[in-house]
Design a protein around this ligand. Structure first.
Ligand code: BTN
Length: 231
């Protein structure tokens, strides 16, 4: 594997450290930490960093115009990592980049632009603990709670191998196809919460940039940002 791995005990956010690292790196790197004091989630939310869970940021040169493909690649690779640990696991993808295990969130991802031509993919995986603060939008679970035995090191190593294989195949349309095959709620009604209000429609697809495609009462709409609720 050609990843340079930097391990820290405590950081503010692995994405912060990755951003700094991207100034001086020229290859792929991972920042992994035992704990974060200011873990960030999507849409300005905090990410609770409980002991025993996995927090890492992968930094790699990647065209920002294709960041949607990177989102699909990473979330699918996370799902495949869980499947490789437990082939019978009930895992699904939730737009844009959550992984659900038994219908509850087991991992989240925050994509940010790094320095130069770098993208930073920050990933949190609930290995042994479930965040339970009151601000959570969705139910959460952990691999341990679902009976899947692993540890942070094994999971990260497996994820990087699977991610590398998917990246090397360089086939966005196959990744998108597989993403859709594993998506929760395809062809069913969803409500997307956005800052300017809610949009209801039937979730019919995601496009090649990983935008959500909804069939609404006003016709087809592509959605770039939001939180999906099923039903
Ligand atoms: C979300 O679901 O809202 C995204 C959560 C992303 C959390 C990870 S933990 C590692 C990396 N560092 C952060 O501060 N955030 C991401």
């Amino acid at each position: 594997m050609d990843w340079q791995i930097f391990h820290y005990n405590k950081v503010t956010s692995t994405n912060d450290v990755a951003l700094t690292q991207s100034r001086i790196s020229d290859g792929k790197f991972v920042i992994v930490a035992d704990t974060q004091t200011a873990g960030r989630g999507r849409r300005g939310r905090a990410w609770q960093s409980l002991e025993g869970n996995l927090f890492f940021s992968a930094g790699l040169p990647y065209p920002i115009q294709q960041c949607g493909a990177l989102v699909m690649l990473c979330s699918l690779s996370l799902l495949q990592t869980i499947k490789s640990l437990c082939p019978t696991a009930d895992v699904q993808l939730k737009w844009p980049n959550d992984v659900l295990l038994n219908g509850a969130k087991v991992s989240g991802m925050l994509l940010e632009k790094g320095e130069k031509n770098y993208m930073i993919v920050g990933i949190g995986v609930n290995i042994s603990q479930c965040p339970n603060n009151m601000q959570l939008l969705y139910p959460t679970t952990s691999l341990t709670a679902a009976g899947i035995q692993t540890d942070c090191h094994t999971f990260l190593d497996l994820f990087l191998q699977i991610f590398d294989k998917n990246l090397a195949a360089n086939d966005t349309s196959a990744i998108r196809q597989q993403w859709l095959e594993n998506a929760k709620g395809l062809n069913k009604p969803v409500t997307v919460h956005q800052e300017r209000g809610n949009i209801k429609g039937i979730f019919i697809s995601i496009d090649e940039n990983a935008n959500l495609v909804l069939n609404t009462e006003n016709g087809l709409q592509k959605i770039m940002v939001g939180d999906v609720f099923y039903g």
